[in-house]
Design a protein around this ligand. Structure first.
Ligand code: ADP
Ligand code: ASP
Ligand code: MG
Length: 418
């Protein structure tokens, strides 16, 4: 008998029929002799709908605490319904909210990290023969405040829980049948991967591949959780995420990711003085704003220009911080640009293969698209480009790196939330 954590995303439980189908799948797993802990997300578009509702009630900046209180209700609906669906198939099941399941987080709203998991209640319920259903994406701080782990955070609940209860396997069930070389909704000839390394998946997730939440991959790597991503609609084998993954002969790039939420901020005419950049980036860090790519021009007439990217969710706040420090820095002007995307290639083999970067530049330039910013590391390379050409660029890179397959990518569910 093994202990398995199964996680079902929003589209997998989008309506009553799908919820019942998921319940049968879980019961089947139990009947094969496994103990099952199930993590579930809010049904379909519930989280987005709750955000829209809050926007109607209170446009603009909303209290983070109340947003967490609101959004966690989505998962609470799912756990109760899933438990009922399982019980109506004659199997004992019990649902727990994040806090009942012992998910302790930092006292941060909207993107809390898990600090500790106290899984005794789950373990006791399992020993009693129950299928245990846990609400994804939520926890509680030591002060007793309800928190959330960030969009897509149910994956993290599942993997962290799998580590805490020492599960034999963590299965992420979703609306595609594994991890692909790129988003199969963008490139129809995307290649399904049999396996991928934790490091490569971590890069892809950080660079925008929604299929796994970045922190879930961090946990999986840290605690060496055996992890598989597979379809909730078919029985096809999924993709294993593991320490080391075999690379197919002749393929250097494992995957291509994109991030549509990129804004560029440029600070023009910064007078040359020691410590100017430190002041800018410390002020942003104090506000909790993550800066991604930074480019600094050469000094001309005693002044330089600095550009950097932030998530478009943070760009307004970043501009406020920059205007606040204007008197101290003495720059001429600051501008913010949207309509940008970051497209990235990832592959553990890139480091030992010259010419990978040149091919990325050549492929993008051949489409007549200009590259605004570039960043590289050992296993990834990113270019910031105009958003209007994104799909074409991804498709061209996919072909250029030999990733296209003959088989049309399987896409199991409707394109919800996109
Ligand atoms: P869930 O609700 O199950 O958590 P998500 O929408 O968060 O599902 O993640 C699954 C989606 O991730 C897919 O429908 C697909 O469009 C997108 N995706 C992006 N990049 C990839 C990739 N490399 N492989 C598979 N899916 C990807
Ligand atoms: N329901 C949350 C969201 O939509 C968490 C998740 O689905 O993982 O972001
Ligand atoms: Mg998700």
């Amino acid at each position: 008998m093994s202990l398995i954590v199964m996680k079902f995303g929003g589209s997998s439980v989008g309506d009553a029929e799908r919820m019942k189908r998921v319940a049968s799948r879980i019961v089947e797993k139990k009947k094969q002799g496994h103990q099952c802990v199930v993590v579930v997300s809010a049904m379909g578009d519930t989280t987005d709908e709750l955000i829209d509702l809050a926007e109607q009630i209170m446009p603009g900046k909303r209290p983070d605490r109340e947003m967490d209180m609101l959004l966690t209700t989505g998962e609470q609906i799912s756990i109760a319904l899933l438990s009922m669906a399982i019980q109506s198939l004659g199997e004992p099941a019990i649902s727990y909210t994040g806090w009942q399941a012992g998910m302790l987080t930092e006292p941060v709203h909207g993107k809390a990290r898990i600090k500790d998991i106290q899984p005794e209640r789950i373990q006791f319920a399992l020993e009693q023969g129950n299928i245990v259903i846990v609400a994804g994406f939520q926890g509680m701080s030591e002060e007793g405040q309800i928190t959330t782990l960030g969009r897509g955070g149910s994956d993290t609940t599942a993997v962290a829980l799998a580590a805490a209860i020492k599960a034999d396997l963590c299965e992420i069930y979703t609306d595609v049948d594994g991890i692909y070389s790129t988003d199969p909704r963008v490139v129809k000839v995307a290649r399904k991967l049999n396996e991928i390394s934790y490091d490569e998946m971590l890069e892809l997730a950080h660079l925008g591949a929604a299929v796994l939440h970045p922190r879930a991959v961090e946990y999986a790597k840290h605690y060496q959780v055996p992890l598989v991503v597979r379809s909730s609609f078919t029985n096809n084998e999924g993709t294993f995420v593991k320490e080391e993954a075999q690379m197919e002969q002749g393929i250097v790039v494992r995957g291509i990711a994109y991030d549509k939420n990129v804004s560029r901020i440029s600070i023009l005419g910064v007078p040359e003085k020691v410590g100017q950049l430190a002041k800018v980036f410390s002020a942003l860090a104090e506000e909790g704003i993550d800066v991604d790519i930074i480019v600094q021009s050469g000094v001309m007439d005693g002044a330089a220009d600095t550009s950097f990217t932030v998530s478009s969710f943070d760009s307004e706040r970043a501009m406020e911080v920059i205007s606040r420090i204007q008197p101290d820095i003495g720059f001429r002007e600051a501008v913010s640009e949207g309509n940008l995307v970051k497209v990235s290639i990832v592959g553990a083999g890139m480091v030992s293969n010259p010419g990978v970067a040149a091919k990325m530049f050549e492929t993008i330039s051949a489409l007549g698209v200009s590259i605004n910013m570039v960043s590289t590391s050992e296993i990834k390379m990113s270019c910031v480009i105009d958003s209007s050409r994104l799909n074409e660029v991804i498709q061209a890179l996919h072909t250029a790196y030999g990733l296209d397959t003959d088989v049309q990518a399987f896409v199991g569910g409707p394109a919800e939330r996109r």
